[in-house]
Design a binder for this molecule. Sequence first.
Ligand SMILES: Cc1cc2nc3c(=O)[nH]c(=O)nc-3n(C[C@H](O)[C@H](O)[C@H](O)COP(=O)(O)O)c2cc1C
Length: 256
Amino acid sequence: MVVYFTGTGNSRYCAEFLADKLGDVCTDAFHYIRESVAAELTSDKPWVFVSPTYAWQLPRVFVRFIRGGWFGGSQDAYFVMTCGSEAGNPEPANRLLCRDKGLVYRGTAPIVMPENYIAMFDAPGPEEAGRIIRAARPALEQAAERIRAGQDFPTLRVTPADKLKSGLINRAFYRFQIKASPFTVSDACIGCGRCDTVCPLNNIILQDGRPVWGERCTHCMACICGCPTHAIEYGRISKGKPRYQCPPYQPDTHTK
Ligand SMILES: Cc1cc2nc3c(=O)[nH]c(=O)nc-3n(C[C@H](O)[C@H](O)[C@H](O)COP(=O)(O)O)c2cc1C
């Protein structure tokens, strides 16, 4: 079973791609995380956990979901981490997670997808995003091939800088960078509540028809990128930047 977490759709795209190629089913962690319900899932096929990379590791919210869940049947676990450029050194933590869950770690595959982190960087426009997504498909094919063949993903080559990013910098990032207080909403807000419904942490409530953010934000970018009127900003840094949403995965019936 392919189990995924996503903020702006890249990881859903990759999860659906993999499920399609593997003839497997896809499960969204969204409702489990949003409702704080422990997953109880069974699969005869390997577990494939797909998620974005947050500060060169799995998102903590996804790690909590896996730690709190029950995954029966197959003991094999693969990790597919979508990223804007590089996943750093996530293998030691992913291996530990598997050990703690009684799963057999089969490797981590980083997949470069469009950058979505507009609270720090720029996201590509639709054309460039399309190019990046098309370029990601061979790596996804390869990952599917290895899973199907029961092979491990290749071990990631890491540098001392990668270790620093996934270690100290990851911890500093969560401590200092991840907060909801810079989110603001402009008069373009139509009070549709989409920001609330797409928030995986159930961290947004509407007060007088306007979103108000609580303390549980994980910077997934679902609210700011999903707002239909571009009414949400993150301080000044998001101003004028394209909002990013991955297009839905379309199975390619000719190459299946
Ligand atoms: C909070 C946050 C942290 C991120 N950290 C990294 C990172 O360390 N390395 C990287 O290459 N991309 C990073 N990104 C980019 C995302 O991992 C990438 O765009 C991902 O495919 C988004 O997936 P999604 O659309 O499923 O949410 C980060 C994005 C966010 C929102």
